[in-house]
Design a protein around this ligand. Sequence first.
Ligand code: SF4
Ligand code: SF4
Length: 110
Amino acid sequence: MEQKTLKEDGKTFVGFRSEVPRGGSWTVYPGLCKGCGFCIEVCPVAVISWSDRLGVYGTPSVEVDAEGCILCHQCERICPDAAIGVESRHGVVANREQQETAKDTGRNQS
Ligand code: SF4
Ligand code: SF4
């Protein structure tokens, strides 16, 4: 995992970036995360979970199991505080069929 920084409103936030094998990256900025859990709820393949790193209000922030991420960007879009950044190389965005397949695979494994 690699660390990166984001400057916003004169403040600097540290981000934790994971390479996603499907061709991209997933980054969380705990200093922006308020622990609402929306990203955990929305992830179609259930690869986001609570983290030991604390967020802005002292509640857990989140982390990803990057192996399973399908780069659908839904967590990034739903986050009210822009605490997650998802980058897809090659402009790859998983379509609905890929999401359903990944979801089914996840169900079969659990
Ligand atoms: S980009 Fe999609 S699959 Fe990856 S962690 Fe976010 S919601 Fe889950
Ligand atoms: S949606 Fe954003 S603020 Fe809410 S838990 Fe996820 S990263 Fe944190």
